[in-house]
Design a protein around this ligand. Sequence first.
Ligand code: HEM
Ligand code: HEM
Length: 178
Amino acid sequence: MPNSDSYDSVAKALHWIMAAVIIILWVVGHLIDAIPKGDFRSNIIGMHKAFGVVIAILAVARLTWRSTRPTPALPATMPPMEQFLAKLGHVALYVLMLAIPLDGVLLSQSGGRAVSVFGLVLPTIVEKSDALKSVFKQGHEVMGWMLALLLVAHVAAALRHHIILKDDILRRMMPGRG
Ligand code: HEM
Ligand code: HEM
């Protein structure tokens, strides 16, 4: 039976694998411009796109899994405003885990490049258009920075719970418990 006081092992595995991949995608995304044009750069961009699409698929899987079991309740000692902000922050992280990859696909396609995920070419959603490309390019960049800011707040909150408030919030997302 799922334990409603802790995240289950699937939720934990998805959380940490996705966190690692997203952080790498973010860093690599910013390095792309510094890599000289050529095969190596094309391969890196191809991997960025493929793993980015994988993140969107895993986010859908994670939300589906999450909907099948109780989510651990936040400590009753947490003020209602903090509980609200914690939930809002999680919703925003899920939205960005879906919106950034979708924007990335639209960015590539409006730039005239098909998106291939490990050999599987995605259907065309938008045709080539310079005007749309610049909108999606800005969207990718702005949402990337929103994700970075949220992540800093998310980690700071997790550490505050662990070090200052000394509650179970960080432990219950750690492997090997519950
Ligand atoms: C969670 C997933 C993703 C994250 C966190 C992410 C993050 C980033 C970041 C931070 C950049 C550098 C800033 C910028 O130039 O916009 C970038 C660039 C880029 N990303 Fe992503 N990305 C993700 C998914 C995708 C996907 C799925 C695609 C396409 C299928 C994609 C295509 C691109 C492209 C083409 C660039 C280079 C833009 C340019 O310099 O013209 N990204 N990404
Ligand atoms: C890009 C990276 C990350 C993303 C997108 C992310 C996203 C999320 C989301 C959406 C949740 C809510 C889980 C749910 O209820 O379904 C969550 C929970 C959590 N995350 Fe992250 N996370 C990231 C990185 C981290 C890091 C680096 C830490 C380490 C300090 C961390 C610590 C936690 C903790 C402790 C929880 C449980 C909160 C609770 O019990 O309510 N996360 N994360």
